[in-house]
Design a protein around this ligand. Structure first.
Ligand code: F0G
Length: 455
């Protein structure tokens, strides 16, 4: 059959509260044009993030009832640990309350002032944790990954020449090499197994540990299966296992490819580093068999991991985004090509080419999509990345707007509605004005900044 259906039935629903355009105009003003400040019930389709927003399965809700809330040595921890090791066979699995806590543990231990940590592209929390340790977060993405309109199967690949150059010239300053799968900040683009293997080889050649930010590991494996030579007959599980066998550790947000609403982990092979991480964990997150989570959360993750590698799910998941991206493309709306695993990214810099990057075309577009149809999306551009640690400002590499798809939450007609709203905004794109920031925090300003539309 041509139609790829949602491979599930819905047995529990949440009503959506409809709003009018007039209401939304007022709500936007009240939120100082920052969509993070909206009340979620004032949003019709919430595409702010795919993080922690998954619909859990009946089996996950069932697993929650099995949660063992013992402080130490809970059965839930051992089920969680076994489920992680089934896919990512690291020696030490250290639970954390979410991905950024795992990043904080890792970088507070291995990153020092003067250090530089290369990756294909660090996500903002990863960058924040590296910079908080006084080190530099360096993005070494292949050139193809920086051209939004270019079609390429693995636009998340790391630039291996640049990596070797860095390792050659500043070897002492590099405590670890990292890679993010899929590359969220660069459009949700996958990294090939070959690129992961070559990056791992280079790291080892120079005696550096290699870490994977594995947030969207199953989507990445699906793209490897679809697009990489020699992989099409392999199971997702085998591809996932191969991927992580190349690394010395990983950070993970279970809020993405584990279908959980909270959770994460740091995995390591190095015994001494794991000891240090567990000591730090006890100070900041909790005892090593719960790491800031309830036992029931660990069970939801364990069950979620067994569901995320399902090929029918991954086929539908990736197809939803491709469907929206293709329709936007037909309407002449510039999207990052090909569609990412977890989101559709609109190239706001080119869509609103009359608005210069320092007037935040991405922020203008997220506000317009909300006003027009109650869609909440996320600016990934100069607002998010434009402010430097010294307080200066420069345009980000790209000004994108991300329509991130929560897992198993929205249906085909929701997708059609999203396309219709984008089309309506596109009709009046020439009238849209840029923004200015009236208040901002010194780092990660996008979460809390106040904006004002320019006259
Ligand atoms: N790494 C990547 C690639 C991410 O996308 C995220 C979160 C994290 C790490 C941090 O994980 O949220 O559990 O602390 N991304 C979310 C997003 C917030 O909307 O893309 P966390």
């Amino acid at each position: 059959m041509k139609t790829i259906i949602e491979p599930f039935r819905i047995k529990s629903i949440e009503p959506i509260r409809m709003t009018t355009k007039e209401e939304r105009k007022a709500l936007l003003r009240k939120a100082k044009h920052n969509l993070f400040k909206l009340h979620a019930e004032d949003v019709i389709i919430d595409l702010l993030t795919d993080s922690g927003t998954s619909a859990m399965s009946a089996a996950q809700w069932g697993a929650i009832m099995q949660g063992d809330e013992s402080y130490a040595g809970a059965a839930s921890f051992f089920r969680f640990e076994a489920a992680v090791k089934d896919l990512m066979d690291f020696k030490h699995i250290i639970p954390t309350h979410q991905g950024r806590a795992a990043e904080h543990l890792l970088f507070s231990l291995i990153a020092k002032p003067g250090h530089v940590i290369p990756s294909n592209t660090h996500f903002d929390t990863t960058r924040g944790n590296i910079e908080a340790a006084g080190a530099e977060a360096l993005d070494l993405l292949i050139a193809e990954g920086r051209d939004p309109a270019l079609d390429h199967p693995f636009k998340g690949n790391l630039d291996l020449v640049a990596l070797e150059d860095l390792l050659e010239t500043r070897c002492e300053d590099v405590p670890a090499v990292m890679i993010t799968i899929t590359n969220n900040a660069g459009g949700g683009q996958p990294v090939s197994l070959e690129n992961i293997r070559d990056a791992s080889k280079l790291a080892r050649k120079y005696g550096k540990p290699f870490f994977i930010d594995g947030c969207r590991f199953a989507e990445n494996a699906w793209f490897i299966k679809l697009r990489e030579e020699g992989q099409k007959d392999r199971s997702i599980k085998d591809i996932v296992r191969d991927t992580f066998a190349l690394a010395d550790g990983m950070t993970m947000s279970a809020k993405k490819d584990a279908f959980a609403n909270i959770g994460g982990w740091l995995a390591l092979n190095n015994d001494a580093l794991a000891d240090e991480a567990r000591t730090r964990l006890i100070q900041t997150e909790g005892f090593p068999t719960y790491g800031g989570l309830a036992g029931r959360d660990l069970d939801a993750i364990a069950q979620g991991l067994s569901e995320i590698v399902d090929e029918d799910y991954l086929r539908y998941r990736v197809r939803t985004n491709a469907y929206i991206a293709e329709r936007l493309d037909d309407l002449g709306i510039p999207v990052v090509k090909p569609a990412g695993g977890h989101a559709v990214f609109i190239n706001a810099r080119s869509f609103l080419s009359h608005i210069p990057p320092l007037q935040y075309p991405g922020q203008t577009l997220v506000c317009a999509l909300y006003e027009e149809g109650g869609i909440r999306s996320c600016e990934i551009g100069t607002v998010m990345f434009g402010r430097k640690p010294d307080g200066s400002e420069a345009p980000a590499m790209m000004d994108l707007v991300r329509l991130a798809m929560p897992r198993r939450v929205y249906t085909q007609s929701h997708a059609d509605y999203v396309v219709e709203v984008c089309a309506a905004v596109s009709e009046k794109r020439g009238d849209l004005k840029g923004m200015r920031i009236t208040r901002e925090a010194p780092m990660m300003r996008h979460f809390t900044a106040d904006f004002e539309p320019l006259p």
